[in-house]
Write a protein that binds this ligand. Structure first.
Ligand SMILES: [Zn+2]
Length: 98
């Protein structure tokens, strides 16, 4: 069985099978990452995956899962974050509509 070495931020070097690894490609072009759950401490780990690693995984039948952020994520980019005043306004509006 093919095994690869990686690192857990808590435990140090770990040995993984290809089935332990999930490739995630960000649909907005932020790159591809690989993620796994450390078998020793159970923490999720994520690291950038370079092109060679992605090719290696694809050759072994593991293709990246493509994550697309919800469209609202981009639409809201220009707006300021919600404030307490916004929340109070919304609350008052909802009260009026009753
Ligand atoms: Zn660990």
């Amino acid at each position: 069985m093919v095994r690869v070495k990686s690192r857990c931020r808590r435990c140090g070097e770990v040995s993984l099978t290809l089935e332990d690894i999930l490739l995630v490609e960000h649909g907005d072009g932020e790159g591809t990452f690989y993620t796994f759950i450390c078998g020793t401490c159970g923490l999720a780990q994520a690291y950038p995956a370079d092109g060679r690693f992605v090719d290696f995984m694809c050759m072994n039948g593991s293709y990246p899962v493509i994550l697309n952020p919800p469209i609202e994520c981009k639409e809201a980019g220009e707006d300021p974050p919600l404030s307490w005043d916004d929340l109070l306004d919304l609350h008052l509006q909802l009260e009026e509509e009753r």
